[in-house]
Ligand binder design. Structure first.
Ligand SMILES: [Zn+2]
Length: 92
């Protein structure tokens, strides 16, 4: 029998910068509703900790609003999760 046990909750990974290409964080500006996208191929987790909220800072540079740039700032928290999955015999 093969079993995976345990949790990495709270563990700090020995990685200075962790990029996750293919994953995006999208957030709507609370002022003008413009959707801002963070691309984790360019944004990164700094010394990532598993299961601990990490804040990502957003700045809306939309100029849709009359009279200049929106300039709204806000923060979105995300949590990094890591999981292992057993590969069954016969799977690629
Ligand atoms: Zn905005």
């Amino acid at each position: 029998m093969n079993v995976i046990e345990g949790t990495a909750e709270g563990v700090t990974l020995d990685i200075k910068r962790m990029f996750i290409p293919g994953v995006f964080l999208k957030s709507d500006c609370p002022t003008c509703n413009q959707t801002i996208t963070k691309d984790f191929e360019k944004e990164y987790f700094s010394y990532p900790r598993v299961g601990v909220p990490t804040e990502f800072y957003f700045l809306c540079e939309s100029d849709k609003e009359k009279g200049g740039y929106c300039n709204t700032e806000w923060v979105v928290k995300v949590t990094l999760q890591i999981s292992l999955t057993l590969v069954e015999e016969g799977s690629p």
